[in-house]
Design a protein around this ligand. Structure first.
Ligand code: G3P
Length: 217
């Protein structure tokens, strides 16, 4: 399973990259705004900055909601860096844009996916990644992980190449459960990755090893 970090914070991206297990970055307009990155030029520059830190794919989201606007923006984003993946919302014109980009060899991430039907459409349109938001489904008492399992089942039925990018991951158990189900990618905060490290028996065991070493030296 690929690990993406879901942030526009350069320090956190550097930290995840330094851990050696980072495969990419996802961003969205809210994450950009959270870092105070505003204005088209600053946003484009920030995407390039992210690409220089991380070795893998970097999702950059279009703001337009009409086909022509998405194409114009997406082509500009794709030109920025060869690691850029154009993030397109799951709306009618978005599906058309996914197909357009797919035909042109521009990689895409279909975002704001909350149902199997939407994921099926994204795959049919040739999306590189589909992003089901599991945390936001959990937030409204709907099983987000079940959606990942259902999409996995449907995609495997037809050998769709679209990769399932479990998004809106909030914590370490989401990461583990997505891995069990067979999500191709997960994107979450740095804490969801670092949480995988932790086990009290590791800490206790290490403390004892070090104490025993000290006794003999
Ligand atoms: O990747 C999608 C993500 O940014 C949404 O996460 O935590 O805002 O639901 P969240």
């Amino acid at each position: 399973m690929k690990f993406f970090i879901d942030t526009a914070n350069l320090d956190q991206i550097r930290e995840a990259q330094a851990l050696g297990v980072l495969d990419g970055v996802t961003t969205n307009p809210s994450l950009m705004a959270k870092e105070g990155i505003t204005g088209r030029n600053n946003i484009l520059k920030h995407y390039v900055d992210i690409c220089t830190i991380v070795d893998g794919d970097v999702s950059a989201e279009v703001i337009s909601t009409d086909f022509e606007g998405m194409i114009k923006e997406g082509e500009e984003l794709a030109e920025l860096h060869d690691q850029i993946v154009v993030k397109v919302p799951m709306i009618k014109d978005g599906v058309k844009a996914l197909k357009y980009f797919s035909d042109k060899g521009i990689r895409t991430n279909c975002t704001l996916v909350f149902s199997v039907g939407q994921a099926l459409l994204a795959a049919k349109a040739g999306a590189t990644y589909v992003s089901p938001f599991i945390g936001r489904l959990d937030d409204i008492s709907t099983d987000g992980l079940n959606l990942i399992a259902e999409i996995r089942h449907v995609y495997d039925n037809y050998a769709f190449e679209t990769q399932i990018l479990a998004a809106s991951v909030r914590h370490t158990m989401h990461v583990i459960d997505c891995a069990k189900i067979g999500a191709d990618v997960m994107t979450g905060p740095l804490s969801s990755i670092e949480g995988l490290l932790k086990h009290p028996l590791t800490d206790i065991g290490l403390a004892k090893f070090l104490a025993d070493y000290q006794k003999g030296n």
